[in-house]
Design a protein around this ligand. Structure first.
Ligand code: ZN
Ligand code: FE
Length: 258
């Protein structure tokens, strides 16, 4: 079993650190800054960084690649469809690879960017590294893709086993939950999730990982057929159509200015 912890970076990024205690090998996901990783390695000299996973080309996810490669010679995995300096192993949709002794599946999930990938780690405790695609109670902005692309990407992630733990790259949970409650105000799972996350944040803990089961019950972007959400959109003159993609499009546009 791997242990997974967060190395905070910038204002609200997490660089996920995966450790295999049997081999003392470790990996990081989306090192936008090399320093938190280099500092951790300095304080934990028995560990070797062997692998780096990248979800998409934005600087806050890729900025640390070259310094980490120079310091460790770790292998870098990333999306085949984006040009990112330092990628050694470009991955296509559906490709499996071994990471720290675990099988990982690469999923192409366009929307935030066109080549964005997510990493699904199979095994006893499945884990999803969703980058800037699926956040706790939210989803990434559409910088490059269309609403339909993002909708379909989120549907693919939502179809993974519901016990999957969700590791996204940003601590956006409380602001996402505020929007989610605005559009789905009577959802008891959502109110419970906000209470839980508020407590965590008040005592200085991070809100992650979440689980896909929680997201299915609370994340409005995965609940585009929910009558209560359609009602809220209608009451705010934002309902363009009742099909799920139209609901998703309206929700994403509203969240952009919320
Ligand atoms: Zn991004
Ligand atoms: Fe980001």
């Amino acid at each position: 079993m791997l242990t997974i912890t967060a190395l905070p970076a910038f204002n609200d990024n997490y660089i996920w650190l995966l450790q295999n205690p049997a081999t003392l090998a470790c990996a990081v996901v989306d090192p936008g800054d090399a320093n938190p990783v280099l500092q951790w390695l300095q304080h934990n000299p028995q560990w070797t960084l062997t692998d780096i996973l990248i979800t998409h080309h934005h600087q806050d996810h890729t900025g640390g690649i070259s310094a980490l490669k120079q310091a460790t010679r770790a292998r870098v995995y990333g999306p085949q469809q984006e040009s990112i300096a330092g990628i050694d192993l470009p991955l296509a949709d559906g490709q499996h690879f071994q990471l720290l002794g675990q099988s990982v599946l690469c999923l192409h999930v366009p929307g935030h960017t066109l080549g964005h990938v997510a990493y699904y780690m199979e095994g006893q405790q499945p884990a999803l590294f969703s980058g800037d695609t699926l956040f706790m109670a939210g989803c990434g902005r559409l910088f490059e893709g269309t609403p339909l692309q993002m909708y379909q990407s989120l549907q693919r992630l939502a179809a993974l086993p519901s016990s999957t733990r969700l590791y996204c790259t940003h601590e956006y949970s409380l602001s996402n939950l505020a929007f989610a409650i605005a559009v789905d105000p009577a959802n008891p799972a959502l109110l419970a999730q906000r209470a839980r996350v508020e407590k965590l944040r008040e005592r200085g803990d991070i809100s992650l990982p979440g689980s896909l089961a929680e997201e299915l019950a609370t994340n409005p972007f995965l609940r585009c057929s929910e009558p209560a959400i359609l009602d809220t959109l209608a009451h705010n003159n934002r309902l363009q159509g009742r099909e799920p993609v139209a609901v998703f499009t309206a929700l994403r546009a509203w969240k952009d200015t919320f």
